[in-house]
Design a protein around this ligand. Structure first.
Ligand code: HEC
Length: 706
């Protein structure tokens, strides 16, 4: 309550100041979210606040708070919950400063809440045009905000960067960081370093040229931009770094949308070295033979890059997957720590990118110190310490024949945050263990505005026979792995019911918190992995928890809401007890005993397909077009994850004209289903419908056989 009053008073004061001064820069240093570089660099001196995405600039996601610990965790209960009025994936990490929580929901909606009570203070909806969802590979998610000197920054799905007044939620400024008609999106959280807001973007599947930009906090003017792949060499290069990078490319990658290399998630900053680190994504298309015929490393795809935060000047890079051809991004969480290696304390940077290796680099110069695989992988044998390159297995590039490999394009680890505990010396990795099949497409034609992987049968069709299906399902696993980065080996693991579980948080209470895909928020002992506590969240959890303290009382908070790439695509594998529709903030403290309202709605597919009367050729065409264009949202094999309609149960299967009005005419564009008239022909639309009818009959038969 007190903080609420303070905020109210601040708001009034601020309003008076603004009116008096007639401009917007006059926020008092005592105002809401008054965080600056000094305060962030000293974040450990005020562990009660969670002031930036990974809590500290080192992004360790470890909290020195120990009020909640392994001895009293049984008393942990729900203090409050807040309903977000969205029904998609929730990926945001909450920021908590001086009793106020700032977080984002699906569709880039920002909420400020009283962190003690969950009472809403303000909400800001950037009103992203729903049809922009067409350019998302992986749901309409957002990973959170950054705060700095009284402002709240976030990137909207359509590429606008906003600066809001932290006390009121009013817009101070907004800039378009990209051309929204191009298939870029923003889902990542910005960071602020030395009066500059840093923001990247996503869209590398679709055909874009990746970059990260820095904007001045006060007026949103562009300070610098670092492109991660070279443009058309005939037009010249933006920097020496790009001139160097261009030597590692072949062909005309810029004609396929731009080469990819989006910077869609991880960043970290070392104030002492004054280096900003960020991770770079995959190529467009994934298949390197199409993107850069003849090979080449294709810098800076799949790399960790270090630049000067003031200028964006290149300092060093380390490429995890040279010539990537599997969607092996290096956008995964970057953690900075000081580790004792061979008796010497080294300033390291750690990452477990999609490719399955855990890397420890010297963050002063990018030197590779060690790399071992954190899951069983089949595409490479090891990383050569001389060259710093993975040693690939013959055939892994699927040049002549399809190759079934681990890990998949979802990675051995994806964006789900890790955590490093200096107490245990362990890194907690939310691991995905999923195979994928890669193969050459019969023909490839760049299709602007939709996903262009350039690979065929990337996940393939699941077999019809139930036994074979179960066998494939058994291959799809997920776990929490505690990794010793010094010894480069696993300390312990907890198997989960499936992959795509939430991010991790470790605390000085010898605890690791993680939400799971099957709807639980769990606490494990950080040293042993023993499960100590669990709370049913009523929906799958993919976001990462935060913890904070108000008046000496520790809270743990998690944003829940099943979603993201796996949730949409792998409908087949989505746990039956994942309830997709619930989007909430859940906050816990000792002694609380709150409960959630009973779940009213559980989605299910009702099969009622019309008779199937299409030729085998039509069904094949429908299958191909569906896998290329519709699968990313409506699910593999037309089995949806249920946050987006399962087309096998659609009434439009009976109504060819209505179907085309949706698919080609964009009738539901304001509900997130854009027109695909630029990407599919009327014949293909009809073929997709026939394929879905076929899948509906199969689904019906499987259900009846149970
Ligand atoms: C970017 C995500 C996305 C992609 C890709 C996508 N859709 Fe959709 N689609 C949606 C959403 C969201 C809805 C639900 C809209 C609503 O709430 O009414 C939907 C609804 C539909 C519906 C109406 C279902 C019903 O019964 O109400 C049809 C038909 C449909 N989509 C077909 C397709 C086809 C065919 C493709 C591929 C050519 C496709 N969609 C690709 C997101 C997508």
């Amino acid at each position: 309550m007190i903080s609420r009053v303070i905020i109210l008073l601040t708001t009034i004061l601020l309003t008076i100041t603004l009116v008096a001064c007639g401009h917007q820069e006059a926020t008092e240093p005592t105002g809401a979210a008054w965080v600056d570089g000094e305060r962030l660099a000293a974040a450990d001196s005020e562990p009660g606040n969670w002031m930036s995405h990974g809590r500290t600039y080192s992004e360790q996601r470890y909290s020195p708070l120990a009020g909640i610990n392994e001895d009293n965790i049984e008393e942990l209960g729900l203090a409050w919950s807040f309903d977000l009025n969205t029904q998609r994936g929730i990926e945001a990490t909450s920021i908590v400063v001086d009793g106020v929580m700032y977080m984002t929901s699906a569709w880039s909606i920002v909420h400020a809440l009283d962190a003690r009570s969950g009472e809403p203070l303000w909400t800001f909806d950037p009103r992203v045009a729903k049809e922009k969802a067409k350019h998302t590979c992986c749901d309409v998610v957002n990973r959170g905000v950054a705060v700095w000197q009284g402002q709240v920054f976030f990137g909207a799905l359509d590429g606008r960067l906003f600066a809001l007044d932290a006390a009121t939620g009013k817009v101070n400024w907004e800039v378009a960081t990209l051309d929204a008609s191009l298939p870029y999106t923003i889902t990542g959280a910005p960071r602020v370093v030395k009066d500059k807001v840093l923001i990247g973007n996503g869209g590398a599947e679709f055909g874009v040229r990746g970059f990260i930009s820095a904007y001045n906090v006060n007026d949103g003017s562009l300070a610098w931009r670092f492109y991660t792949v070279p443009g058309n060499p005939e037009l010249g290069f933006e920097s020496d770094a790009l001139e160097m990078a261009a030597k590692t490319w072949n062909g005309k990658w810029w004609e396929l949308g731009g080469g990819g290399g989006t910077v869609w998630d991880s960043m970290a900053y070392d104030p002492e070295l004054d280096l900003l680190y960020f991770g770079v994504g995959n190529g467009t298309p994934w298949n390197q033979q199409i993107r850069s015929p003849g090979g080449g490393d294709n810098l800076f795809l799949s790399s960790i890059v270090a630049v000067r935060p003031d200028t964006g000047e290149y300092v060093w890079h380390y490429q995890t997957t040279p010539g990537e051809t599997w969607d092996y991004t290096a956008t995964q969480h970057i953690i900075l720590a000081d580790l004792k290696l061979d008796g010497e304390t080294r300033k390291v940077l750690m990452q477990a990118p999609k490719n399955g290796f855990f890397y420890v680099l010297d963050r002063t110069d990018g030197e590779l110190l060690s790399a071992e695989n954190y899951i069983d992988i089949t595409w490479a044998t090891h990383v050569d310490m001389e060259t710093g390159r993975p040693v690939e297995v013959p055939g892994a590039r699927y040049e002549d024949e399809p190759f079934l490999m681990f890990p998949s394009y979802l990675g051995g680890h994806n964006w789900h945050s890790m955590s490093y505990s200096p107490d245990t010396g362990l890194v907690y990795i939310p691991v995905l263990d999923i195979p994928a099949n890669y193969g050459q497409p019969d023909d490839f034609k760049y299709n602007p505005g939709v996903a262009n992987t350039g690979t065929h049968g990337i996940v393939g069709s699941l077999p019809d026979a139930q036994a074979e299906r179960e066998a494939m399902r058994a291959l799809v696993q997920g776990r929490l792995v505690a990794w010793d980065p010094v010894a480069q080996k696993e300390a312990w693991r907890v198997e989960h019911k499936g992959p795509w579980n939430g991010g991790a948080l470790s605390t000085a209470g010898n605890l690791v918190f993680q939400g799971t895909a099957n709807g639980e928020f769990v606490a494990f002992a950080a040293d042993s992995g023993e499960q100590l506590w669990a709370f049913p969240t009523q929906t799958g959890v993919v976001a990462a928890p935060t913890t904070f303290e108000i008046d000496g009382e520790q809270y743990v908070s998690i944003n829940v809401g099943w979603g993201g790439a796996f949730a949409l695509v792998f409908g087949e594998f989505v746990q039956s007890d994942s309830l997709p529709a619930v989007n909430r903030v859940l906050t816990f403290k000792l002694g609380a005993d709150g409960s959630l309202p009973p779940v009213k709605w559980k989605p299910a597919v009702v099969f009622n397909p019309p008779a199937l009367n299409a030729s085998e050729a039509t069904l094949q065409e429908g299958f191909g077009a569906y896998q290329d264009i519709c699968m990313g949202c409506h699910g593999l094999n037309a089995v949806s994850g249920l946050t987006i309609p399962d087309l096998r149960g659609s009434a439009y299967l009976w109504d060819p004209r209505g179907w085309d009005e949706v698919v080609l005419g964009g009738k539901l564009r304001d509900r997130g289903m854009a027109s695909f008239s630029d990407n599919v022909t009327p014949e293909q639309s009809a073929a997709i419908r026939a394929y879905v009818i076929q899948q509906a009959h199969r689904g019906k038969a499987l259900t009846e056989a149970k």
